[in-house]
Design a binder for this molecule. Sequence first.
Ligand code: FNR
Length: 368
Amino acid sequence: SRMPSLEACYNLMDFEAVARQVMKKTAWAYYSSGADDEITMRENHAAFHKIWFRPRILVDVEHIDMSTTMLGTKCSIPFYVTATALGKLGHPEGEVVLTRAAHQHDVVQMIPTLASCSFDEILDAKQGDQVQWLQLYVNKDREITRKIVEHAEKRGCKGLFITVDAPQLGRREKDMRSKFSDPGSNVQSGGDNIDRSQGAARAISSFIDPALSWKDIPWFKSITRMPIVLKGVQCVEDVLRAVEAGCDGVVLSNHGGRQLETARSGIEVLAEVMPALRERGWEKRIEVYVDGGVRRATDIIKALCLGATGIGIGRPFLYAMSAYGLAGVDRAMQLLKDEMEMNMRLIGATNVAELNPSLIDTRGLLGG
Ligand code: FNR
């Protein structure tokens, strides 16, 4: 079958359909899989459909400003490229393709510990004052972790995102079945003796420390001045604890449905977290990010209305990259920006600060 032209992709789901056709089976299995029965993976996107808009009329929406500030740096729009491992499974150049697209759109990129390119290749691909963050899997050998963190800070990374939802990698059976053989990864933080029979994810993750705990947070604060964000927080209790531990942010995330099966969607957790923070007057003490299942600008706007500072997007950019390279990611980001501008007009908000809970109806999400 002929590959559809890039111009025939009108939304982020279209890239997924093309990627599914053109990607190598093992790569598709690694990117697209979720844990167990993939219930959480599906719910991540479905949960957004339980929120409805309450748009306001007769607002002057001629000029729309979508820019915002995340961890102290300005960016054009409140979504970012979240960390996804093994970029070279989808494209021969790997993560630097995402770096270039992020630069073109003034979007933040989170660099994964398990990138296929080396950290320095991804840092070197940065242009001008482009902002990058580091996603960290914490090694059992803390000296390795310390070196990674110090190097990232020295090279100008603006945020440290510690992944806390993966003390052990989830079972992604599609990935396991595809009998992964060559990760094409720099595996600079991994170990030897990796068992490849369990799929790509498990093959490269054996170095991750399952003993990581709240007690380690002061140590991270002592080795870096980058803002510290916990990625993979899933309930209000842990958000409050992150505030008390002096973290700068949390990402409400279930790892794209790849870890704990039947974990709740990030957007549902956000609806629980923000009122609890406001109740305590703590909403300015921590930045709350969310990811999982975001495919439309309306999803982004709903998260912003609930109070999120930024929204992470994973698979759609991987699929766009795998199918069409840089031009694909560029178009995916442009489509989202166009959707966002239009939908802010239709909802009656001219900038991100005007997006607030009164513009959405969450009874379907919270009513149970
Ligand atoms: C991920 N994710 C992830 N997270 C992380 O902290 N470290 C990692 O190495 C990876 N790797 C990874 C690989 C692939 C192929 C996927 C799809 C995801 C999780 C990622 O950062 C994010 O939480 C989800 O991807 C968000 O969901 P969507 O946008 O993919 O639906």
